[in-house]
Design a protein around this ligand. Structure first.
Ligand code: SF4
Ligand SMILES: [Zn+2]
Length: 105
């Protein structure tokens, strides 16, 4: 897959997973929307993850969970792991098996 195409595809996956997480854990509980349907914390996490994805030094890029570099800061890595786990389970429950293959972290 061409690099630019890979980046776009991964961005879509990151956006979908973070959106589900934020909707179910933050927006639904009254947290204020900051931008694009996300609260500020999740918006910042998405921007961070997109930046890392774009600047990934590995080509071909492995799934981050199989990566030996781990370019995320420990705090952000913890956050994205939690998001991926929650949204992965949420999507299994809601029949979105197509998304599960993209489990990132
Ligand atoms: S964690 Fe590894 S695979 Fe993921 S973006 Fe960073 S360097 Fe690339
Ligand atoms: Zn949120």
């Amino acid at each position: 897959m061409k690099k630019s195409k890979r980046i776009k595809k991964d961005e879509k996956i990151l956006t979908t997973f973070i959106k589900v997480y934020c909707e179910q854990n933050h927006i639904k509980n009254g947290q204020k929307e900051f931008k694009n349907g996300l609260c500020q914390e999740c918006y910042e996490l998405l921007e961070y993850a997109k930046r890392k994805n774009e600047k990934c030094p590995l080509d071909p890029k492995p799934q981050c969970k199989h990566c030996k570099i781990h370019c995320y800061s420990p705090k952000m890595r913890q956050k994205i792991k939690e998001v991926m786990k929650f949204s992965g389970i949420y999507m299994i429950k809601h029949g979105r098996l197509d998304m599960i293959f993209h489990y990132f972290f």
